[in-house]
Write a protein that binds this ligand. Sequence first.
Ligand code: PLP
Length: 435
Amino acid sequence: MQFYSTNNPKHKVSLKEAVIRGLAPDQGLYMPERIPVLPASFFERISEMSFKEIGYEVIGKLFGEELGEEQVMKLVDHTLNFDAPLVKVSEGIYSLELFHGPTLAFKDFGARFCSKLMSILMEGEERKVKVLVATSGDTGSAVANGFYKVPGVEVIILYPKGKVSELQEMQFTTLGENINCLEVEGVFDDCQWLVKEAFLDKELNEKILLTSANSINIARWIPQCLYYFYAWSRLPEKDKKLAISVPSGNFGNLGAGILAERMGLPIDVFVASTNINKIVPDFLHGLDFKAKPSISTISNSMDVGNPSNFYRLLALYGNDEALFRKKVKGFYFDDEDTAKAMKKVMEETGYILDPHGAVGYLGLRNFLKMNPGEYVGIFLETAHPGKFKSVVDKVLGIELELPDRLKEFMKGEKNAKGLPNDYGAFRAYLSNSIL
Ligand SMILES: *Cc1c(COP(=O)(O)O)cnc(C)c1O
């Protein structure tokens, strides 16, 4: 299997090149050159298969040729070492809980897969690969924990000083080993700018192997399709049509669901649920796709004004905008709607939503109301409510107990270097650090 760039389908590269590069040189997104379809026999057996067994088959279809069966199993075993239970919230509505990994958010799936795949692809290479990550919080923790102690890979995390929560900061700055943290005198956009400059620096890239681990990278994006298959395998009501709602920011997660559907998974409708950063719902309602500055909300991991996976979604529908608009329904909600939904669901069912899952729930509820009785619905619960404790406590008027895994991070010691918001200083750091 080769991978093409969405900006030029003739530009094709190997799996290794696509993963190590992250973004194509023409700034396009890499896509598998063909979408393999799983046989009917797979879907007949799926209810009896474990999460890992499902993973072996799906990843085998995509990466088996390059990696071989043994490496595929290693990769899947490493990634899927925690569950993703499907929990019934109310009649016809299920929550797919994706927050049972080490940093309690769905990004753990992609980060774990990405780190393991990079180390497999770098085996036998003398050079180490340096992974650069700019983060406003959640990506940093998932990537740091996913890559922790992975041989052959050094991680450099840039984050804005004083602009991430203490809990988030402790999740990546306390690890040490191959995880290096830079506290930048600036905002998130400055961190992202520094990383971009480094990728564009030809001379630097000849000396050191730099890559990225954001959801642009196929190694983070593709494995997210696995939990869609798993959710369907555990769904009791398979006789109804299925709608899946995905709370979205950069739209990697939703794109992975569409990939699963293109591989044969019977999902009838996707619901693209966002906060007021509603570029994609606007597109789905007929407007042109147009990036905008992002607006802050209580579901802050989805505050994205320029969703980077948009053209990947379009490519999955053969660049057919009409088909895209037919299969994906867009909804958006403001903070007040989100808070109301969190309250209502807790009062009526006892289930505690985090602000992102609440946006997904709302999109699903709205879609189901417009199509009564026809569908069973799943929304993705992308983070543990404890990760957004201050918002959840305030909205629900409760004192949420933090999970032990989060408390553990708070015991560690913060280790980060200060960095001025200056590319020269960052370049010197990258050139001088003998990693
Ligand atoms: C990153 C994130 C999202 C958005 O996912 P995308 O793949 O960027 O659309 C949603 N919820 C949480 C909790 C996240 O961390």
